[in-house]
Design a binder for this molecule. Structure first.
Ligand SMILES: Cc1cc2nc3c(=O)[nH]c(=O)nc-3n(C[C@H](O)[C@H](O)[C@H](O)COP(=O)(O)O)c2cc1C
Length: 193
């Protein structure tokens, strides 16, 4: 069994001015800390948005983000739905990295209109499979315009359901994070190109 605590990186995917992502991410980070299985770190893409143009050495301003991703045993991505998918900021973050995602679990907290951000989640699953990440089944989803969003106090308007869904998600992420951390320690994950 691994003795060191699991490291969870909560990634806030939207960087838009006036975004809800910060509110949703703050709530979920509190839930993750309270859950107890993880050392929780926050990767707010808005702190250091990756350049759109890929190539060459990663820019220096991405170094802190990259180090957090590399150190993580698991991720939870907080994502809105933009035009039936996830934001370009998140795709850019994923594209600037590769080994950091490998053989690690990823959970999702999504939000948006009537589809509650779930189309963003399904699109992310396809992308993250390419990165050799393992996405967990259950996610936490909010319909921001249908009474299942966040109040002015920054808390979910339906806290019982939201907190319960967060616990289910975090339990699944913890199981996979433990299993995959042990597996990586036993046998390094090799990738054939
Ligand atoms: C460019 C853009 C596209 C959007 N497209 C969708 C969409 O396809 N489906 C949906 O349910 N909501 C859509 N929305 C609504 C957002 O999901 C919702 O406003 C969310 O709160 C935005 O997250 P943010 O404030 O963190 O940027 C869109 C919003 C923006 C800004």
């Amino acid at each position: 069994m691994s003795e060191a605590p699991l490291k969870l990186a909560v990634i806030i995917g939207s960087i838009r001015e006036g975004r809800s992502g910060h509110t949703v991410g703050k709530w979920f980070t509190d839930e993750a800390v309270q859950h107890g299985a993880f050392d929780v770190d926050v990767v707010d893409i808005a702190d250091a948005p990756p350049p759109l143009v890929l190539g060459g050495e990663p820019p220096a301003e991405l170094a802190a983000t990259s180090a957090k991703l590399a150190a993580a045993d698991a991720f939870v991505i907080v994502t809105p739905e933009y035009n039936h998918s996830f934001p370009a900021s998140l795709k850019s973050l994923i594209d600037w990295h590769y080994t950091e995602w490998r053989a690690k679990p990823v959970g999702f907290v999504s939000y948006g209109g009537h589809a509650c951000g779930l189309r963003a989640v399904e699109a992310l699953r396809l992308v993250l499979a390419e990165m050799h990440a393992v996405t967990v089944r259950d996610c936490v989803s909010f319909g921001m315009y249908s009474g299942n969003g966040f109040g002015d106090d920054g808390r979910p308007t339906e806290p019982e359901g939201a907190n319960g869904a967060a616990k289910v998600l975090l339990d699944q992420v913890a199981w996979w994070a433990t299993a995959l951390k042990e597996a990586r320690a036993k046998t390094p994950y090799e990738v054939q190109f």
